[in-house]
Design a protein around this ligand. Structure first.
Ligand SMILES: C[S@@+](CC[C@H](N)C(=O)[O-])C[C@H]1O[C@@H](n2cnc3c(N)ncnc32)[C@H](O)[C@@H]1O
Length: 316
């Protein structure tokens, strides 16, 4: 039985779920919850069913019951491929997770991969890759001998960057997204990995980019330390994040937003310097602009210490 598909594995429970779905679609949340609860009596290990039950309880304003249903999801699937933990965090109004579960990000983007390019560029006006390249140009970037694209997805960043680098690598959690990137033939090397667990291996990049990826990572200390340790002297780091008020905040969209002060301290602590921050609109979401920051900074010259507060004044 797959806990993630629409089927519970029990035909009678599936029929009840279909009926519950029709009730919910017509706004009858109480009866929908009742019928889905009876379906879960028949299929108590169906994580997706419990996740849906939490959703409907939340829609009906029953936060306690929603939390209980999502905790049931976590008990059934510790990898949290459905992202129930973030929903629980958001109920409390206080994000307790520093990052989204890798299994959730992987499932989300594996499902999204076949329609990602069309959805992002044609419908949502996604522009982070172009904005990053424009910001790099303003910072005097010409060409990279070795570049790394963190969270490369289907390769939209690679499409704008390929002509400006000698060697281009990409890392992503989602095999579905990586398969699309592979199909475009833009990257010299692609790897399936969590950017939060990368080890500094001395490879050395004179450019590292991350377009709309840190929004799924949350706390950036580890990945920024990796970037700082992997850049060659004067190598550049460029990334796009959703613009937040302060610190790191988990939004209802289950994406993180980052504040200017947090970013300034983070980059300074990692010894990165020459920081520029540009306000922008990254894309649309349900008709609204998603405001973002494009950040470009660089590693110190060879022989210089990576500590200091050079980043702070530039972007606060
Ligand atoms: C919104 S897409 C952006 C993809 C690409 N950078 C672009 O601009 O089109 C976010 C990508 O980040 C990847 N991702 C999110 N968290 C990740 C992590 N911790 N490690 C590796 N990849 C991650 C997702 O799998 C997805 O492909």
């Amino acid at each position: 039985m797959s806990p993630y598909g629409f089927s519970s594995g029990d035909p009678q429970a599936d029929r009840r779920f279909a009926f519950a779905g029709a009730l919910a679609a017509s706004g009858e949340m109480g009866p929908a919850i009742e019928v889905l609860t009876s379906a879960l009596d028949l299929a108590p290990d169906w994580a997706a069913g419990w996740y849906q039950l939490g959703d409907w309880h939340a829609a009906a304003g029953q936060n306690e019951a929603a939390g209980a249903a999502w905790r049931r999801v976590l008990a059934l699937d510790a990898s949290d491929a459905l992202g129930a933990g973030a929903r629980i965090d958001l109920l409390g109004g206080q994000p307790v997770s520093e990052s989204l579960p890798p299994a959730f990000v992987e499932t989300l983007f594996d499902q999204f991969a076949p329609r990602f390019d069309e959805a992002l560029t044609a419908r949502l006006g996604y522009r982070a890759p172009q904005l990053i390249l424009e910001a790099l140009d303003r910072a005097g970037f010409e060409r990279a001998a070795r570049a790394m694209d963190l969270g490369c997805g289907t390769g939209l960043m690679g499409e704008v960057l390929r002509g400006r680098c000698g060697w281009l690598g990409g890392v992503d959690l989602s095999a579905g997204m990586l398969a699309r990137a592979e199909g475009k033939g833009l990257y010299d090397q692609l790897a399936k990995a969590d950017i939060n667990t990368l080890e500094i291996d001395g490879a050395g990049y004179d450019l590292i980019v991350a377009a709309d990826v840190f929004t799924y990572v949350g706390a950036l200390e580890r990945v920024i330390a990796w970037c700082a340790g992997s850049l060659t002297p004067r190598g550049r780091l460029a990334f796009a994040v959703e613009a937040g008020e302060a610190g790191v905040a988990l939004r209802d969209s289950r994406r993180f937003a980052h504040g200017r002060g947090y970013l300034a301290e983070l980059l300074a602590a990692a010894g990165l310097e020459g920081v520029s921050l540009t306000d922008c609109v990254l894309r649309q979401d349900r008709g609204a602009d998603i405001e973002g920051f494009i950040i470009v900074c660089c590693a110190p010259e060879a022989g210089r210490d990576r500590e200091g507060d050079g980043a702070l004044a530039a972007i606060i």
